[in-house]
Design a protein around this ligand. Structure first.
Ligand SMILES: Cc1cc2nc3c(=O)[nH]c(=O)nc-3n(C[C@H](O)[C@H](O)[C@H](O)COP(=O)(O)O)c2cc1C
Length: 189
């Protein structure tokens, strides 16, 4: 078996009890053998500021960007805030896209998979996912055209230990990961 494709991932929430990060951890535990997914550390990434970028970008930003650059694909799991993506998600995309901060625009030609989980029972984070898809195209990331995971119901999808137990949700994640491996291979130079 060839080496697994390397995917890095973040959940666009800084909240300790974030359901989007819970989903990310479950996704990591469900990974098929042709993928390896690791979580990016986003806790210390500051708000984008071009002055900071010009002077000396923090190590947290450079490490975050280098990890994306060296990965075969990027998984973004975002909450939905006010029918769009939260500032945390957008801020990470803005840093990642900047050519002036080493190692450059790390979204360029990067295959991306998108997921979201909402706290309420009606939303599936569709508007946040749509907006996210729009903004990553400008720095020329290549989002998988279909197969996003969008979940409602927040914590009801998980057991008391934070494991994703909703069968339909698990199936959606499994399908996404299989499709994402195919998408990365299809785009490989
Ligand atoms: C400012 C704000 C706006 C929100 N707007 C939406 C929304 O438009 N759609 C939605 O599904 N949930 C919305 N929510 C609820 C989030 O889905 C919920 O807080 C979720 O737990 C956030 O993700 P996290 O737990 O990963 O931080 C909003 C929450 C906040 C704090």
């Amino acid at each position: 078996m060839a080496n697994p494709l390397k995917v890095v991932a973040f959940a666009g929430s800084l909240r300790k009890e974030s359901i989007n990060r819970l989903l990310l951890r479950s996704v990591i535990s469900m990974v098929p053998e042709d993928l390896a997914i690791s979580e990016l550390d986003i806790q210390d990434i500051p708000l984008f500021n071009q002055d900071v970028e010009d002077e000396d970008p923090p190590r947290s930003v450079v490490t975050f960007k280098e990890s994306i650059q060296s990965a075969d694909g990027l998984l973004i799991i975002t909450p939905e805030y006010n029918w769009g993506m939260p500032a945390v998600t957008k801020n990470l995309i803005d840093w990642a896209s900047r050519r002036n901060t080493a190692p450059g625009n790390v979204l360029l030609n990067k295959p991306v998979s998108i997921m979201s989980i909402a706290g309420g029972v009606t939303s599936v984070g569709a508007l946040a996912r749509r907006q996210l898809r729009d903004v990553i195209v400008y720095p020329r990331a290549i989002p998988m055209p279909s197969g996003d995971v969008g979940l409602s119901g927040g914590l009801s999808n998980f057991d008391g230990n934070g494991n994703l137990v909703n069968e339909a949700a698990r199936e959606a994640v499994a399908q996404n990961l299989n499709a994402f491996a195919g998408w990365i291979n299809r785009l490989a130079p």
